[in-house]
Design a protein around this ligand. Structure first.
Ligand code: ASP
Length: 431
């Protein structure tokens, strides 16, 4: 059987929901749908989840959320009317939710109601059974999935049954509603696919798969036909979005394939994500900006056991958690997200590092980006040399390189202002 997750754009209005039904009806193995909250109908529109967060923020300031909530209510009522569903019960449910938000039920409760209502509507439109994620999906305090979720879900799913389950939320062990991070319905879909023992997890969105480069940068970027779990994870880490990177973990152990599909072009085969592949060569290039770079040096630094660990502990005290590390013989470069600390915090951190570890030097710089060239068996591939030559030719400075540590990704540190052009140049050189 196949678990299908539909993203916000697939639930944005009644016309989109009709497409969802046609997709589900086109293949009898599609028996479980996991749904997001309605997303944007056009570029100027608002996502229901964003509006729910706004309602909660108003409630926290002891202000009524009614004027914002009315827009949310209208969207659901319009959807229900468009699908010719009864709106009486829906109106009552909406009213109750608004009162709960006003009464201070909290951020996670408020945010989760978008998916809850989507799933309710979808279940009555399809005539499928609704399962509340809060009763089955258990989310730990740190936001990770509690394995109890698989047992509870499996206990609810009957062979041959048809179900609609809201994405994005579950509950903690005490039963209090809790959400995943933004875009978390992908994670819910993966949990359900694993619990249901699905053969395939289809992830329906508004693009025909993952692109070999961001199509906003490279206009004619091609869709990746097939890639592995590891490649998706590493491509996401350097900025490629489409699929939530934490959604890989639940399906990894069972080796369930994931197919990214387009609700607006269901005939497109999309991108297939498989457990592994023997294929060699490049599959994508992506870059992520907004990093700062910390550079440290001390003679014989690595001969002192525990020094690197102690320095990292100090970084953590200042709220800095590096995303990428590059090691020289006596030096370290750490890239961290710039938003983690302001300049005054970083200045004191650098001073303290210099003093406590008697460093030869330590300094940080803003405005960096990390570019990743992702593929298979890259440690045995010369495309990296072609990429570097293309960057040199384009006058783009390479700040750091990590080749060979991973056979999936070659990392290249560039200035933030060069990142987009670097993606373009490398795509042209390698694809
Ligand atoms: N509705 C949630 C969000 O906007 C979760 C999701 O769509 O996956 O982040």
């Amino acid at each position: 059987m196949t678990v299908c997750k539909f993203g916000g754009s697939s639930l944005a209005d009644d016309a989109q929901i009709r497409k969802v039904r046609a997709i589900l009806e086109a293949d009898s193995s599609r028996t479980i749908a996991v749904v997001s909250a309605p997303g944007k109908r056009n570029a100027d529109d608002e996502k229901v989840t964003d509006m729910l967060y706004e309602c909660n923020a108003l409630a926290q300031q002891n202000r009524s959320c009614r004027h914002v909530f009315d827009n949310i209510a209208r969207r659901y009522i319009d959807i229900a009317k468009g699908l010719k569903l009864d709106t009486v019960k829906l109106a009552a449910a909406l009213d109750e939710i608004r009162q709960n938000i006003d009464a201070g039920r909290g951020t996670d409760y408020a945010a989760s109601r978008g998916e809850y209502l989507s799933a309710r509507i979808m279940a009555s439109y399809l005539g499928w059974e609704f399962i509340d994620a809060a009763e089955c999906i258990v989310i730990n305090g740190d936001g990770t999935v509690n394995p109890l979720s698989y047992e509870r879900l499996a206990g609810r799913l009957e062979e041959g049954g048809h179900y609609v389950i809201p994405g994005f939320y579950g509950a903690n062990e005490q039963g209090v509603v809790k959400t995943f991070s933004r875009g978390g319905s992908d994670i819910s879909g993966a949990i359900v696919a694993r619990a249901a023992g699905a053969d395939l997890y289809e992830n329906w969105t508004d693009v025909s798969g993952m692109y070999a480069a961001d199509p906003r940068i490279v206009k004619d970027a091609k869709v990746i036909e097939e890639l592995t779990y590891t490649q998706v994870r590493e491509l996401s880490d350097v900025g490629a979005s489409v699929f939530h990177e934490e959604a890989i973990a639940p399906v990894i152990e069972k080796g369930i394939a994931i197919n990214i599909r387009n609700t607006n072009a269901p005939e497109d085969p999309g991108t297939m994500i498989r457990p592994s592949s023997e294929k060699k060569g490049i599959i994508g290039v992506s870059a992520k900006g907004g990093y700062s770079k910390l550079k440290l040096r001390k003679l014989m630094m690595f001969k002192r056991p525990g020094m690197r660990h102690a320095m990292l502990t100090m970084l953590h005290l200042y709220g800095v958690r590096p995303s990428f590390s590059f090691f020289g013989i006596d030096s370290i470069v750490w890239y961290f997200e710039s938003g983690q600390a302001n300049d005054s915090v970083l200045k004191s951190m650098v001073e303290r590092l210099k003093k406590d570890f008697q460093l030869d030097y330590a300094y940080y710089e803003r405005d960096h980006a990390m570019l990743g060239i992702v593929g298979g068996h890259l440690d045995d591939d010369t495309s990296f040399i072609t990429a570097c030559a293309a960057l040199k030719e384009a006058g783009i400075r390479i700040n750091n390189v990590n080749y060979g540590s991973s056979n999936t990704t070659t990392l290249i540190g560039v200035n933030d202002s060069d990142a987009k052009r670097a993606v373009e140049v490398i795509y042209k050189a390698l694809f």
